[in-house]
Design a protein. Sequence first.
Lengths: 115, 113
Amino acid sequence: EAQVTQNPRYLITVTGKKLTVTCSQNMNHEYMSWYRQDPGLGLRQIYYSMNVEVTDKGDVPEGYKVSRKEKRNFPLILESPSPNQTSLYFCASSAGGGPSTDTQYFGPGTRLTVL
Amino acid sequence: AQSVSQHNHHVILSEAASLELGCNYSYGGTVNLFWYVQYPGQHLQLLLKYFSGDPLVKGIKGFEAEFIKSKFSFNLRKPSVQWSDTAEYFCAVTPNRDDKIIFGKGTRLHILP
């Protein structure tokens, strides 16, 4: 089954404790992206990647890192999480040229709480 | 700055009512336009998209949207809503057919049975 998976689905952590949220897709998509969803703010793009070893900042990249060493995986790294990073995070992937040319497929979301 | 505005944050309708959700974007160049839906507890799914051609786009579940370039709008419509349409709806734009995508803040739709 074609899908985007994220782990963990729920995470409660404390300020400053490094964490990684994994994202994996099995559709051989070139484009992958991370979003955060906050009430009243909709979805905001954090980082995206057009292909392996190619990453770019979205609208809200501060406090986050990403890497794209393999086509299928696109982990989101919070080196020193802070309470304002408490949010619902979505990973997405699409083929070819990304969202401008192809449909994005979203993962189930990761709800992160930073105390 | 490029932005997407969804006029209604929360809409409540009765079943069988007609629906129109507004979406305007602030970019003068070529754009691709999308409507995504998020059902309660689920991830986002594509409802419909416009890349080029006929400005009236039909999507899944009886939804359609009309691109009006002169008004920078891409409103979502459905002639008769169902209780199962209760969800949050997001309009999105890729300015200049860019790699980045900008989402609106969402409209929460609640259908009364």
